[in-house]
Design a protein around this ligand. Structure first.
Ligand code: NAD
Length: 484
């Protein structure tokens, strides 16, 4: 199939590609060049209403379609994503600024894995029965909820969009999905792929627009019964305040300020290679990146010297070329990250490397690029170590004892992910049990098994995605009790 990207993107509603009812669009900007290269529908409640109408029409047939048939369609979507890897990866890079090699290696393959995983998963999904000896038996039905709203962020656009949509569809729901307005193109292309794969009209509706107009209309719509949201803690808090009084099912995957705890007995080379990745992959714009590096005092100077040397070697530039670091996603986010660096200096932080923007020559001269930045000399309570920056910026802090490492690790309101580096298996297990994070990696980072529960504690979110957790979220349990 040929995946063309029109200058004016369209919503995908009831199997049709149509412009926003208001006729309004917003600019789509390539962050590597700073140039406007497309228009994104600025959809509102009227477009959402049309999508809900289409989804309601599609739901009766889709929700009772045999799972083998649902599997076949979702699996076909996965194959079409694979077949169009190059086009999708280029679209992701132009929208997001991430290096093309990263889009090809991680983002797009993961999007097809999401569909393949839940396509097969639903074939094996089962429910419980509870026997009351010779009195009665209970069995639990798990039925699709109806219409689910899926709202995703810009950092891993198609990867996170499909991570929500695939389980929702597999479980028999119809979906109204909104990608980030900052990175809409691969979501638009997904609509084309779903059409080609034979997904019935109205089962998936993709609407583009900004949070306050379009996202809010999805969250508020009374016929959308579940909201799966990934994004900032600030937006998550607001969404919860709207959806909770309507008694909607809510899954919130929010921000992080993840500790990377490095003990002196770690496997040095593996730790160093991985810490470079866990700090700066995707320009530090992964919710799972370790932004607070906690180092045992006895190896602090050695770590600092080698880490800073290696970070300085990370090339920053045109994401279509062979650079390690691409552009920051938007001018607005670029300004936010630069202000965080200024604040770190005001708070007394010492910039060990980076700390400034950079302008590659040629086509990327007007793009939004920041040098990978390492800061030391800041305590756990300052804003730099408390608030999510979500960019290529990490801080270094030292600790003397395991207790102190835990205090520092748990010193923020966030609780998404943590990484622990030690060769002492008992210490690793003890620390893993005490760190307040939903996801812990020991001697590794970003090793992902899609069957495991994924999500955060504290201000990093509510609920878990992944595996059966996702299929349970997108179904309503109903107990049936039969007396003998
Ligand atoms: P954001 O909260 O600004 O936007 C996320 C999405 O929500 C976008 O589609 C946006 O249009 C929409 N939105 C914004 N306000 C809304 C509202 N009032 N009602 C409904 N929808 C609304 O986040 P972002 O800047 O796109 O993404 C970065 C954030 O996402 C970071 O905080 C990062 O940590 C977080 N994130 C978390 C995870 C996770 O799994 N926990 C994964 C990736 C990113």
């Amino acid at each position: 199939m040929q995946l063309d990207i029109p200058y004016h993107l369209e919503n995908f509603i009831g199997g049709n590609f149509i412009g926003p009812l208001s006729g309004n669009f917003i600019d789509n900007i390539n962050p590597a060049t700073g140039a406007v290269y497309g228009q994104v529908p600025d959809s509102n409640a009227k477009d959402v209403e049309a999508a809900v109408k289409a989804a309601k029409k599609a739901f009766p047939a889709w929700s009772v379609m045999p799972v083998e048939k649902r599997f076949t369609i979702l699996n076909k979507i996965a194959s079409l994503i694979d077949d169009n890897l190059d086009t999708l990866a280029l679209a992701e890079t132009n929208d997001n600024g991430k290096p093309l090699w990263l889009s090809k290696l991680i983002d797009i393959p993961r999007a097809s894995s999401n569909f393949r995983f839940f396509a097969t998963g639903i074939m094996h999904f089962s429910t419980d029965s509870h026997s009351m000896e010779d009195k009665a038996i209970n069995y639990t039905l798990r039925q699709p909820i109806g219409i689910a709203g899926c709202i995703s962020p810009w950092n891993l656009p198609l990867y996170l969009f499909t991570w929500k949509i695939a389980p929702a569809l597999a479980a028999g729901n119809c979906v109204i999905a909104k990608p980030s307005e900052v990175t809409p193109v691969t979501a638009f292309l997904l609509g084309k792929i779903c059409k080609e794969a034979g997904l019935p009209d109205g089962v998936l509706n993709i609407i583009h627009g900004v949070g306050p107009h379009c996202g809010e209309a999805i969250v508020k719509h009374p016929e959308i019964k579940a909201i799966s949201f990934t994004g900032s803690t600030r937006a998550g808090e607001h969404i919860a305040s709207v959806a909770a009084p309507m008694f909607k099912k809510l899954s919130l995957e929010l921000g992080g300020k993840n500790p990377n705890i490095i003990f002196a007995d770690c496997d040095w080379d593996k730790m160093m290679d991985t810490t470079i990745r866990s700090s700066f992959s995707n320009q530090g714009q992964i919710c799972l990146c370790g932004s607070r590096i906690l180092i045992e005092e006895s190896i602090y100077e050695k770590f600092k010297t080698e880490f800073v040397k290696r970070v300085k070697q990370l090339t920053v530039g045109d994401p279509l070329e062979d650079n390690k670091q691409g552009a920051i996603v938007s001018k607005m986010h670029f300004d936010k990250v630069m202000n965080c660096i200024i604040l770190a200096k005001v708070e007394g932080g010492k910039i060990l490397c980076g700390g400034s923007a950079t302008r590659p020559e040629g086509r990327c001269a007007e793009g939004y690029f920041i040098k990978p930045t390492v800061i030391e000399g800041l305590g756990p309570d300052c804003k730099t170590n408390q608030e999510e920056i979500f960019g290529p910026v990490v801080t270094l802090q030292s600790f003397k004892t395991t207790e102190e490492a835990l205090q520092l690790a748990n010193a923020t309101q966030y609780g998404l992910a943590a990484t622990i580096w030690t060769q002492d298996i008992s210490k690793a297990n003890q620390v893993a049990a005490k760190v307040q994070s939903g996801i812990i990696w020991v001697n590794c980072w970003l090793v992902r098994d899609l069957r495991t529960p994924f999500g955060g504690m504290k201000d990093s979110g509510v609920g878990r995605e992944g595996g059966w957790e996702a299929l349970r979220f997108f179904t309503e349990p109903k107990n049936v009790c039969i007396q003998f």
